[in-house]
Design a protein around this ligand. Structure first.
Ligand code: IMP
Length: 192
């Protein structure tokens, strides 16, 4: 039996990405209605993922999935963190702000984090998983692919930034990839 799972976002790019990760499962993913925009008022990725999944599930009385992700830079005490999407108006502004705040700081350690939450139709969180990907912040951009902070996020073991990798390569090692890899077996076992 195919079950409906509402993706708590109005971003069709996110829907496509999730459909791709969950293609072998018998869940049919659909975007939430546009008018149901949920504010991300949490102070952690977990809080934001849970509040989005729960609010959308309750409003529609259907199962819902949400993710929340961002970049945490050690020398900036974890910033931009949950504010990653709001750290500037454009990708360029956000990247420049990070580079300016880090200046010549020798500590370039950073990690991307992603939390996924699944809510039942009553708004109870039934599953959460997380994934992290550790790397370093370069002093200037490198690479043309990807999105967001990808051109300054460097993986020493790959000698590449996320923006220099193919999507398939990135998905194998990224925070989001890892969170979905952890989610799939649990979602298969979920009793509904
Ligand atoms: P979300 O849609 O609320 O999860 O926002 C996450 C924000 O974190 C995005 O807008 C990006 O700025 C940043 N981010 C999350 N994952 C990635 C990634 O894989 N590459 C680059 N930036 C990312």
């Amino acid at each position: 039996m195919t079950k409906k799972l509402i993706v708590a976002t109005s971003n069709s790019g996110k829907l496509k990405e999730m459909q791709d990760y969950l293609q072998d499962l018998d869940w049919q993913l659909e975007l939430q209605p546009k008018e149901l925009e949920i504010e991300e008022t949490g102070t952690t990725f977990l809080e934001n993922a849970c509040l989005k999944a729960s609010a959308v599930a309750k409003a529609l009385n259907l199962w819902a999935i949400a993710d929340d992700s961002g970049l945490a830079i050690e020398a900036l005490n974890g910033s931009p963190g949950v504010y990653s999407a709001r750290y500037g108006k454009t990708n360029e502004e956000r990247i420049n702000r990070v580079l300016k705040e880090l200046e010549n700081n020798p500590n370039r350690k950073a990690k991307f984090m992603c939390v996924i939450a699944i809510s039942n139709p009553q708004g109870d969180i039934m599953l959460t998983t997380e994934g992290t990907c550790e790397g370093e912040i370069l002093t200037e951009i490198k690479g043309e692919g990807g999105f967001g902070y990808d051109p300054i996020f460097y993986l020493p073991e790959k000698s590449q930034t996320f923006a220099q990798m193919s999507l398939a390569e990135k998905q194998k090692i990224s925070h989001r990839g890892k969170a979905f890899q952890a989610l799939i077996p649990q979602l298969k076992n979920l009793k509904i």
